[in-house]
Design a protein around this ligand. Sequence first.
Ligand code: EPU
Length: 431
Amino acid sequence: MEKFVINGGNVLDGEVNISGAKNAAVAIIPAVILCDEPCRIENIPNISDVSLIGRILQEMGAEVKRINKSTLYIDPTKIHSFSATSDLVRGMRASYYLLGALLGRYHQARVCLPGGCNFGARPIDQHLKGFAAMGARHELVNGAIIDVRSENKLQGSHIYLDVVSVGATMNIMLAAVKAEGQTIIENAAREPHIVDLANFLNSMGAQIRGAGTDTIKIRGVEYLHGVTYSIIPDQIEAGTYMCAVAATRGKVLVKNITPKHLESITAKLREIGCEIKEYDEAIFVDASKRPLVRCNIKTMPHPGFPTDCQPQFATLLCTVDGTSIINENVWDNRYQYVSELTLMGAHISVEGRLAIIEGGSRLKAAPVKATDLRAGAAMVIAGLCADGTTEVSSINYIERGYEDIVEKLTNLGADIKKVYYDHSSDQSLRA
Ligand code: EPU
């Protein structure tokens, strides 16, 4: 077992390079299934979710080679299986993109129900509704595997999403790229990774218009050619470092990012008193100049404040005076980190979708665990500004989405180490 051991109190200072976006990579890698030639994908984050999706493609017959730390070569032409039902698939949420990609290419797919972070019900009814509108039938096999197929070529269709869903928008886009005629997705999600997926598909010859707006039009094409494509920077990794800098009252240049993707986060950091300077591909965050003040946050689909930065920002708000209110508007149960933060002396009460934070008391070190990926990032931030030595367990969640987090934080002056331990003999950690 592994855990992070963090000696809190160091002020973050320096420069950090942001990796490629996890939630773009986990869609773009399966999207290569649709291509009729090999592709080379650059700026891939070196994280466990990416390794997992690569291994799943290999199990299906694709050739997947890591050319260097951030570049993958994928040849999908040797895929011989339309089924992804191994234990690997159960380990990640984004395995649902295999449904849209396989259906779009081969008109059939059999994929385990997705796993991944658990914060409430994570239905895929909108994905299936989209596939059905294009002529595919689905069946649940043994309560654990979704089988989707269509006798004939998928037909373009007009689909209105009942909820704004990132996954359903991207999955329907994947299924529609080679369908007969035009597909229109209304009430589509507008996240930067949706635009990135559309740009990737278009660079191979797809005809997608409107990605980044709430209406996306996809005209089906016959053939997609191989490309070299570079994935966008990870806006949530960037947001996480920005929260960590503010929580330690540091000053850091966050590099290799698209500042436009971070507007909701920079607006809130400015509101609480951080000085922010934006450059073409970097943002400077300075939280050292004046005392920070409270604020309220409501999470929304893009361009609203991202739910994936909510736990990290909430942790930052624990360190400032006054009462802040968080309204989690995307997921039903994204406050599992609150009980862990409470162990560190935070004063937070949760009432339904609201979390009320009484900020200002110093956090104290404690053994805590990552209850999911972003909750884990929040524990690391808490450890960085707490008094004493914090141990964060279940870091496999954190490594699903953050490349080289120990090295990046150490370069900024943090005292953080990854240590190996025997779980059965460690009395300091709770089960
Ligand atoms: N929803 C439905 N039906 C569906 C799909 C979604 O009711 O068919 C609901 C969900 O229950 C949720 C809301 O719609 O309340 C939004 O879900 P969405 O489909 O947008 O989420 P997702 O595609 O499963 C992706 C990211 C999440 C991120 C959300 C929201 C990936 C692999 N995951 O999930 O990222 O929180 O969008 O932005 O892209 C993370 O990176 O930590 C993470 C959890």
